[in-house]
Design a protein around this ligand. Structure first.
Ligand SMILES: *[C@@H]1O[C@H](CO)[C@@H](O)[C@H](O)[C@H]1NC(C)=O
Ligand SMILES: *[C@@H]1O[C@H](CO)[C@@H](O)[C@H](O)[C@H]1NC(C)=O
Ligand SMILES: *[C@@H]1O[C@H](CO)[C@@H](O)[C@H](O)[C@H]1NC(C)=O
Ligand SMILES: *[C@@H]1O[C@H](CO)[C@@H](O)[C@H](O)[C@H]1NC(C)=O
Ligand SMILES: *[C@@H]1O[C@H](CO)[C@@H](O)[C@H](O)[C@H]1NC(C)=O
Ligand SMILES: *[C@@H]1O[C@H](CO)[C@@H](O)[C@H](O)[C@H]1NC(C)=O
Ligand SMILES: *[C@@H]1O[C@H](CO)[C@@H](O)[C@H](O)[C@H]1NC(C)=O
Ligand SMILES: *[C@@H]1O[C@H](CO)[C@@H](O)[C@H](O)[C@H]1NC(C)=O
Ligand SMILES: *[C@@H]1O[C@H](CO)[C@@H](O)[C@H](O)[C@H]1NC(C)=O
Ligand SMILES: *[C@@H]1O[C@H](CO)[C@@H](O)[C@H](O)[C@H]1NC(C)=O
Ligand SMILES: *[C@@H]1O[C@H](CO)[C@@H](O)[C@H](O)[C@H]1NC(C)=O
Length: 824
């Protein structure tokens, strides 16, 4: 209990941070830099990270950034590509195409010989290199200077951006006087605009257009409203291709014609006298999905005066406040670790985006969040981290998912820009909902509706299961697996991934069983419990695995299985970095696993680990197999299914090996460089993995289970806003250089604690978990009764059976008295 006084201090600090209304004050009072100061939004902006590094509020709709002509999925990239404009909405970390980036604005200091047609209009003419070293990014702020000597700074509110352009006294082009020229193009990053309108009126340019989503079907409309301030207008008009004119309105209809922006660049331009002060022009851009009028109203309401500094200060404060629920005693760790950690936390709060009040599709009093991009990626760690740090936002997100179910007929698995996105495997919103239920995410949630929604996923196949629900449900119910080359006339979808879909559907059914039990639906509970074991039906007990011609020595893997029950073959190594790594995407003809090998999916039974361990030959053999998987180069940690693989040692009674693996991947694969994440961030998935791992409480999403590993700091405290309590995990014998990663013993509020896992009640009720560390593995957390709950035989080796105890809403149960070892 040595830490109790410190806990009091932590709570007090947090309360002060909230009460002291001004971010700058709390900054100057603080002795050490705060978490905010360690956030580097540029991490993951090169080599496929696709992180959005621009200005946004937590979960904000407007996300402003410079856009590059290159790897521009997140808008900007830390390479040497050129800048084509600044746009106001983005997604972060997508593995799909470039998202949004609608209505880019671009500035030129003047037009040579004062001829508007000597200015550049198309993106290929106007693209300009950045000046190396001029990018500046922090939460809520982004700035860059181009070789034109024009510096652009930006900050945001929830639905509007404000840009501050600073021009050189003497424009670098010949015969040019300072007379700022701006254009706004009817385009998005992926060049998908079909219809569009744009109008110049006074110092305002407004318009709208129809665009396509970046990883989904259909189209969406987006609208903007830009007001200029700081200089007198000289003239303005619209442009088409490379020519500008005085006409003030342009309508584009694409009916029956090829009319993408690359075929016909179009937009509006406006030119000003020399600015009144500091060579600066401010541009305020409001956005909406409803109409132009609402775009203008959003800007007028949120940024009534063109006060850049005030907007920036509010944005910084919003981030400081979000981050303030975590307190670190860093114990002398390197800045690399601190920057990676805080940046990971930050990136987990960029999406989903709060579009409440901006939904053109249906009227509702429920919140509307978008950019669930995608739940296959986010259920594992993003939503659990939001649940820990910002349960209120998670509650709104769950309500929003349920409202989407109400109006679209199914929960989404992926959604962006009001369009249905592509499903990668299971119906994973089921897991988000179960996770929320088990962790007191409850205010205003209609659980009856939630139950109806997950049952719909499990029972009713939609006509197009590429964008919602599940495919192959008839076989699932009859045969107990998704057959390879399934015969399915209930719906259409990409008939691949039969193995990974089977194990994912099985886990989806596991969490539905949890909910059925909790809600008293005994028949459903039995039914989904049975189905949750369906992964076994694709397990081929005599399957071997070779790497090239060398036998790995491991026997028993998931394999393709046809409707008639006979087996197919997919090399268990196929689609790992060792063999045809990219062979298993969503394309037709892709493999029977999704973005990973059979080796990986054979380990995926998150609710049934005890059975799996017994199936794979007991804990010792299981640990050998898991070690081999990590060490062989087959495991690619840059894709989300890999995250759980770091922690499965806990189920085999070897929590120390999980701890060792956390250090194997961080910081070598997750660090503070611009290429500091190993894969697409996918809306913050990589960030949430590193944040949770460094806090020492990685979750098994969909269950009330957090695996305990030593935090990467001397101590970590998390304040819970629902309960007003603080939970602290403190290391004794902490080594800032990463030694001493094995827990020797633990106490919870001063009493011995031997389980290798925690429940959410720890965070709701507060407390201190003290971990004493040492240089070698110990007996702590290794006994059968110390292991996380699982279906199947109690303990890891099949010697004792399950107890038949039901799932509880665990926070109602005193922490140390919950049945251990088995869920049911
Ligand atoms: C950018 O260009 C410079 C100079 O040509 C080069 O040294 C640097 O490696 C380049 N950076 C990237 C990310 O390509
Ligand atoms: C750009 O700056 C980086 C460091 O900020 C440096 O490594 C690189 O060589 C510079 N490139 C050029 C072209 O100056
Ligand atoms: C932005 O939206 C969030 C909800 O997503 C809200 O909590 C916050 O107060 C809003 N910020 C401002 C400045 O209105
Ligand atoms: C600049 O102006 C001079 C004189 O009017 C003209 O001769 C020259 O061609 C112009 N240069 C450019 C690059 O437009
Ligand atoms: C463009 O304007 C026309 C005519 O007012 C309107 O019917 C159409 O919906 C507008 N389209 C967009 C994408 O704003
Ligand atoms: C398998 O063989 C190929 C071709 O000889 C070789 O490039 C590769 O490194 C081998 N892989 C392993 C894991 O041994
Ligand atoms: C089962 O179906 C597969 C795939 O259609 C086929 O290749 C195989 O011959 C069938 N086996 C039997 C025993 O009918
Ligand atoms: C940082 O992470 C990246 C991406 O995983 C990796 O390629 C790089 O080697 C790491 N850098 C350091 C210094 O560990
Ligand atoms: C559970 O959530 C509700 C609603 O947010 C809250 O009132 C209650 O205090 C929470 N329970 C605990 C134990 O934190
Ligand atoms: C199972 O585990 C127990 C206790 O850890 C051990 O005594 C027993 O020998 C094990 N049984 C098998 C079959 O491995
Ligand atoms: C475990 O279950 C099996 C089969 O249901 C039963 O025969 C055995 O007695 C049980 N063992 C224990 C220790 O309960």
């Amino acid at each position: 209990m040595g830490l109790s006084p410190q806990r009091v201090a932590i709570v007090a600090t947090w309360a002060l941070a909230l009460l002291g209304a001004n971010a700058q004050d709390s900054d100057s009072d603080a002795e050490a830099p705060s978490g905010y100061d360690y956030v580097d939004p540029l991490i993951g902006t090169i080599n496929g990270g696709h992180v959005f590094p621009g200005a946004t509020l937590p979960f904000g709709m407007v996300k402003a950034s410079a856009d590059v002509n290159g790897e521009n999925q997140g808008g900007f990239s830390s390479d040497n590509s050129t800048i084509i404009g600044y746009s106001h909405m983005h997604d972060s970390g997508t593995g799909g195409g470039a998202s949004m980036g609608n209505f880019p604005i671009f500035a030129q200091a003047g037009c040579p010989n004062n001829d508007i047609n000597a200015c550049s209009y198309t993106y290929w003419d106007r693209q300009t290199k950045r000046i190396n070293g001029t990018v500046s990014a922090r939460p809520g702020y982004f700035a860059i200077t181009l070789e034109s000597q024009v510096r652009t700074e930006m900050t945001v509110t929830n639905h509007s951006a404000i840009y501050r352009f600073t021009f050189p006294n003497a424009p670098i082009t010949a015969n040019t006087t300072l007379s700022p020229h701006f254009l706004i193009e009817l385009a998005d990053l992926a060049q998908t605009r079909s219809n569009g309108n744009i109008t110049v009126q006074g110092s305002r340019i407004s318009g709208g257009g129809t665009f396509m989503p970046s990883f989904g079907i259909g189209t969406y409309n987006s609208y903007f409203c830009a007001d200029f301030s700081g200089a007198n207008k000289v003239r303005g008009g619209v442009f088409a291709n490379s020519r500008g004119g005085d006409t003030e309105t342009l309508h584009i209809y694409s009916e029956g014609t090829q009319n993408s922006p690359s075929d016909r660049p179009a937009g509006a331009w406006i030119q000003f006298d020399k600015p009144a002060q500091n060579n600066q022009v401010l541009v305020r851009v409001g956005m909406s999905f409803i109409n132009e009028a609402q775009a203008c109203a959003n800007a007028e309401k949120e940024i009534p005066a063109f006060n850049f500094e005030a907007v920036l200060s509010d944005a910084a404060y919003a981030w400081r406040e979000k981050l303030s629920v975590i307190t670190i005693q860093d114990g002398g760790v390197s800045d690399v670790i601190k920057r990676a950690f805080w940046s990971g936390v930050y990136r987990s709060m960029i999406s989903p985006q709060d579009y409440t009040g901006e939904n053109p599709k249906w009227q509702s009093s429920e919140p509307y969040y978008d950019s669930f991009y995608c739940i296959w990626d986010s259920f594992r760690s993003i939503h659990p981290l939001i649940t820990l740090l910002d349960p209120h936002s998670q509650t709104l997100m769950v309500r929003s998912l349920l409202d989407i179910y109400t109006h679209e007929g199914k929960l989404p698995d992926c959604r962006m820009s009001f369009c249905k996105g592509f499903t990668q495997g299971g119906s994973n919103a089921d897991i988000v909902i179960a996770d929320a239920y088990l962790k007191n995410i409850s205010a205003g949630i209609d659980w009856k509706l939630a139950y109806e929604a997950v049952i719909s996923d499990a029972e009713v196949e939609p006509p197009n299961w590429d964008v919602e629900g599940r495919g192959g449900l008839e076989s699932w119910k009859k045969l107990g697996y998704i057959p390879t080359e399934n015969f399915d006339i209930q719906g259409v979808g990409t008939e691949t991934r039969s193995i990974s879909r089977t194990v994912e559907y099985a886990y989806n059914d596991f969490v539905i069983a949890t909910l059925a039990k909790a809600f008293g639906h005994q028949d459903d509970y039995q039914k989904y419990l049975t189905r949750s074991g369906n992964w076994k039906n694709m397990f081929k007990a005599d399957q071997t695995s070779f790497i090239n011609t060398t036998d790995t020595g491991f026997v028993g893997f998931l394999q393709p299985r046809y409707m008639n029950g006979s087996w197919g073959f997919q090399d268990p190594v196929y689609c790992s970095p060792l063999l045809s790594f990219t062979g298993c995407y969503l394309n037709p003809g892709g493999g029977e696993t999704y973005e990973g090998p059979v080796w990986l999916y054979t380990f995926f039974a998150p609710g049934d680990m005890a059975t799996l361990i017994a199936t794979l030959g007991g804990p010792q053999k299981f640990v050998q197999r898991l070690d081999f998987f990590h060490d062989s180069g087959m495991l690619y940690i840059g894709d989300e299914q890999a995250f759980l693989m770091v922690y499965l040692y806990h189920y085999a009674g070897r929590p120390g090996l999980s701890a060792k693996r956390t250090r194997y991947y961080i910081p070598s694969q997750f660090n503070d460089t611009v290429n500091g994440i190993p894969g697409n961030d996918d809306s913050g998935a990589m960030g949430s993995f590193e944040a949770l791992t460094m806090m020492g409480v990685f979750p098994n999403a969909g269950q009330d289970v957090y695996f305990i590993t030593p935090p990467f700091f001397e101590s970590v405290s998390i304040f819970n806003r629902q309960s007003g309590k603080t939970a602290t995990i403190a290391n004794v014998n902490f080594d800032p250089d990463g030694g001493n990663v094995y827990i020797q013993k633990a106490t919870l509020d001063g009493k011995p604690y031997t389980r290798n896992w925690l429940q959410h009640s720890f965070f709701l009720e507060g407390g201190v978990l003290e971990l004493t560390l040492g240089p070698t593995e110990s007996a702590w957390g290794t006994r059968p009764q110390d292991l996380p709950p699982s279906l199947g035989p109690y303990g890891a080796n099949g010697t004792v059976n399950g107890t038949g105890v039901g799932v509880e809403r665990r926070w109602e149960v005193p922490r140390l008295e919950v049945e251990v070892g088995s869920y049911f």
